[in-house]
Structure formats: C-alpha cells, structure tokens
Design a protein around this ligand. Sequence first.
Ligand code: HEC
Length: 319
Amino acid sequence: MKTFWSIFRIAVIAVISLYLIEKLSGVAEGEWAIIQHPVLILVWLGIALFMTAIEVSIASLRRLLFHTLSDEAKVKYLAAEEIRNEKFTGRFKKLYHRLVDSKPVEKEGEILLDHDYDGIKELDNNLPPWWLYGFYISILFAIIYMLRFHVFDGKQQDEEYQMEMAKAALEIEEYKKNAKDLVDASTVVVLTDPADLNTGKSVFETTCAACHRADGGGGIGPNLTDDYWIMGGDIRDIFTVISEGGRPGKGMIAWKNDLSPLQIAQTASYITTLYGTNPADAKDPEGELYVKDGDSGEQATDTETIDSAESESVSEVEQ
Ligand code: HEC
C-alpha cells in the first residue's frame, strides 16, 4: 500500500512538472518543448529522480524508526496501519455495493424465483442503482431537451451551423482586411484607399519610372496610360507582369523578390489610375487593345480610341 502511494506521488509530480515545463517554456502551441530543447528532458528526469530519492529516504526513515520501537509499540503501530488501510478500501467497497446492490451469493436463496427451466433458475435482483439512476437522468434529460428545443424554440443544429458559418465568414472578411499581404494574381483587386495608392506611387516613382517614366508615358518600357497592353490590362494581368516579369529578354524583370505582394498590388493599382492621363510625348501604343470584359459601354469608347490612335499614326506618317 505504501509503495503504491509512493509511486503514485512520483507519477503525479512527474506529470505536473512535465506540464509546467511545456507551459513555461513558451514554445508554440502544438509543439513539444522537450523535443525542441532536449535539455529539458534532463531537467524533467532530474525532478523525477529527486522525487524518487525523497520517497526512498522517507520509506527507509520509517523502517528505521519502526525498528527502534519496543515490541509492544510495534504491534500497536501495525494494528493502527491495518485499520487505516481497511477504512480506505472499505469506502470503495461500500460505494461499489451501493451502486450494484446485488445479494451476496450466500443469500441468493431469498430472491430465487420459483420457475426453473432445465436447471436454469432466475433471481429477482433489484435493478442495479447505477443503471436505474442513469435511466432517471436520461428521462430528465429528454424532458429538458424537448422543452428547450421543441417548445421554447432553442436553436436547432442546422440553425447553429448557419450562425457559425455566418460568423466565420465575417471573421474571414476581417482577417483578409488585416492580411493584405496574402494577395496573389488570382485574388488581387484594384485598391482605392489613398494610402495604398500613395505607396504604389512612391514604389512606381523610385523603381519603375526609369523605364516607364514617372507619368507612365513609357520609355524603355511600354506606355502604361493607354488602352494597349502587351501582357493584358486587367489588374490581375498587371499584377502578374510586375510579379513574374515580362517576356524573356525584353527588360521587364520579375519584381516578386524585391516587392511584397501587397506592394505589387499597390503599384498595380496605382498604374490603373494612370489610365487615360495622356502624358505629353508618350510612347506609341504597343500590344493589343484591352477591353474590360463584360462591359459593352466601355467597348464603344475603346473603339473610338483605336480610331484616334490610328489617325495619330497616320498624321505622324504625314509629317
Ligand atoms: C529596366 C526597365 C524596366 C523597369 C525598371 C520596369 N519595367 Fe516594366 N516593363 C519594361 C519592359 C521592357 C516591358 C515590356 C515587357 C515585354 O514586352 O514583355 C515592361 C512591361 C511592363 C508592364 C506590362 C505592360 C504591358 O503593356 O503589358 C507593366 C504593367 C510594367 N512593366 C510595370 C512595371 C512596374 C510596376 C515596374 C516597377 C516595379 C516596372 N515595370 C519596372 C521595362 C521595365
């Protein structure tokens, strides 16, 4: 009995100290501190060893003291210990009997029913209380459940599900707002916040203006203010060119190592604001006419621009 409790105490302390080591080490959730820092295993083993040493010393001290007792006192001591153990196990036994409530074998005669099938006899035991109370509790549960969900209109599972989905959708929205850097070419949209456009402008003027001119009119790189785009004029296309670069050998490198996804989105958005600014002596259009998809109103003005672009080149030839 004593050895059992010693081992029990050592085990409890070991578990608690492992828990504290994991909690206090500040390692990210889901990681094991003792795996990331194996020294901690030594610390933990040290604690367990220390506990074991204490338990062993106490046990031998007890034994030593026991031997110093007189014979009479020894008998008394053992008897007292016996009573203590009895009390402890007695409590469990009592609880067990109360929960099972079966007749001991020697008293089974009292509850034997009088039918007998080929030697198979039946006892009339009380229903085991653990089972009976479980049954009562389930009845109570059923009543409360029925009242709550079918009489007083508690939330049904599917409603709860819908509510949680709606809440999650809001949280995702919120998260996306705070995580602008998560954009890529498939999710990018034109940013309209002046702060974003300002950052885009300063990136453009410091990094891109050398080839595209500060006003976007074009130089080594194409004109970014007109309707003609080599790589496509949609915000997603512009994002892709900036991130991945233009056609090989043309001079437009991939900027994804120098600019964050957010900066690329900001710069791309800034470029869309240059559209139609008609800067003085801009570069001639290059690439194909870009028409915003699904917008026939735009198309009309686009066609006009082709005409004017064509007439411009005609007038240039004339000159
Ligand atoms: C070294 C010169 C150079 C620099 C610097 C440069 N570009 Fe370019 N850019 C080019 C060239 C050349 C092209 C044409 C690529 C092609 O023809 O494939 C181009 C193409 C583009 C296009 C596509 C235009 C179209 O018609 O489809 C965009 C958008 C663009 N650049 C944006 C930027 C941005 C934003 C920066 C700054 C982060 C930048 N560029 C920096 C030279 C440059």
